[in-house]
Each structure stands twice: as C-alpha cells, then as structure tokens.
Write a protein that binds this ligand. Structure first.
Ligand code: DX5
Ligand code: ZN
Length: 216
C-alpha cells in the first residue's frame, strides 16, 4: 500500500478554516488529522466539538481524530456523532484500554492508540490485534512545530515487527515533526500514514507540499 498523508488541521489558519479544509479536499491528501487537546493530558488546549462540526461540514475525506485528553471514554459517542471515522486515544490516558477500543468500534469508528515518545511499543503486545491504527508520537504531544525525535525510526521498525508477528493488519501512523527529510525513511521502516502540520501549512504552496510528501 502506498503511504497516506494526513495534514494536521492544528496548523491551519483558523480564520480561514473553510479555505484550508477545501485545500485538503482538492489536494492529494488522504485524511484530515484533527488534534483535540484538553489542557490536562497535554499542556495546551486546541479546539473542541463546535470546530470539529464546522470542519466536518466541508471535509470530504476520512476524519482521523487524535484525542489528547484524559478519560476519553466520556466522549466516544460524541465524536462518532461528529463524523469521526477513526478515533485515537492515548495509551497513557486509558486504564482499561481494551474496553475503550471495544467502545470505539461499537460506536462505528476505527480504533486507534497513540503512544507518547517514552512509551515502549511492547505495551501493545496483547491488544495489537484489536487496534486499527497505532499513532507513534514523534514529538511530545501538545504542540505543532516541534522537532522530530530520532528514536521514532527504531520504534516504527519494532512496531512493524510486532504487527507482523501477531498477524495483525494495524496501520502505523507517525505524528510530529514530519517533513520531506524524514518521510521516506519512515515509510521504509513501515509507516503507513504520515501526519504533517507545520510542514504543510507553513509552506508557500501547501498542496504542492502534500504532493512532495506523497511522492517521498
Ligand atoms: C502534536 C499533534 C500533531 C501536530 C503535528 O501534539 O498531535 O498532530 O499537529 O504538527 P507538526 O507536523 O507541526 O509537528
Ligand atoms: Zn496529532
């Protein structure tokens, strides 16, 4: 499978949100990546339900929601109603991860798990077959525009090996500091989905930058 590109709307111009959503619709991008932060799990607050509803009104591609919030079980049904296709929770925020994954699927969405940079992929040994997508954080979550953590290459390789060993069909998504400099190496290690915020939206030609990542 060719790798997918998921521009992170966190880096869009919120005063021109419809324009940026249409740019993604008309580009080679595959998914919308939506970062929801609660100011508790991460030291930042992004945006919440009304903004996601506004995005969903115009978005014509898969909506990939990344919840950086504590106790995400409270909002699973809400995010399903808001049009999320994939709902990713943080391993570090879930006491009963298996139960949470079942609840996400029961609500009709694909279930994702994000791992912070300090969390070893081995914690997913017993759940990987139940996970549709693992989001490897290649920065500490909370902010766009941070530098890529190099250890992510090894983690991607290790995660790919775990997925293959268990016969799972889980996708590997890389989130944070992705650019055309590291995209190819990540795909070679097993990445299926590349999230990119600043690299896309701060470039002179976001649509061309998406093509650049796609062709990496
Ligand atoms: C970080 C978010 C990322 C972020 C990526 O907490 O999860 O999705 O938007 O932004 P860049 O690509 O700028 O690192
Ligand atoms: Zn994210």
């Amino acid at each position: 499978m060719a790798h997918l590109i998921a521009p992170s709307v966190l880096a869009a111009d919120f005063a021109n949100l419809q324009r940026d959503v249409e740019m993604i619709n008309n580009s080679e991008a595959d998914w919308f990546h939506i970062d929801i932060m609660d100011g508790v799990f991460v030291p930042n607050i992004s945006f919440g339900m009304p903004v996601l509803a506004a995005i969903n009104k115009y978005a014509k591609k898969t909506i990939d929601v990344h919840l950086m919030i504590v106790d995400p079980d409270r909002y699973i049904d809400t995010f399903a109603k808001l049009g999320s296709d994939i709902l990713t929770v943080h391993y570090e925020a879930c006491t009963h991860l298996h139960r949470t994954l079942q609840a996400i699927k029961a609500a009709g969405m694909k279930a994702g798990v994000a791992l912070n940079p300090h969390t070893n992929i081995n914690v997913l040994e017993d759940t990987i077959q139940d996970i549709d997508l693992v989001c490897l954080m290649s920065v500490n979550p909370g902010f766009g525009g941070q530098s890529f953590i190099e250890n992510t290459y090894q983690k991607t390789e290790d995660l790919k090996a775990l997925i293959q060993r268990k016969g799972a069909s889980t996708l590997i998504e890389i989130d944070g500091g992705v650019t055309s400099k590291n995209a190819r190496a990540l795909v070679n290690k097993g990445a299926d989905v590349l999230v990119a915020g600043s690299f896309v939206f701060k470039s002179d030609d976001p649509a061309a930058t998406i093509i650049e990542l796609k062709n990496s």
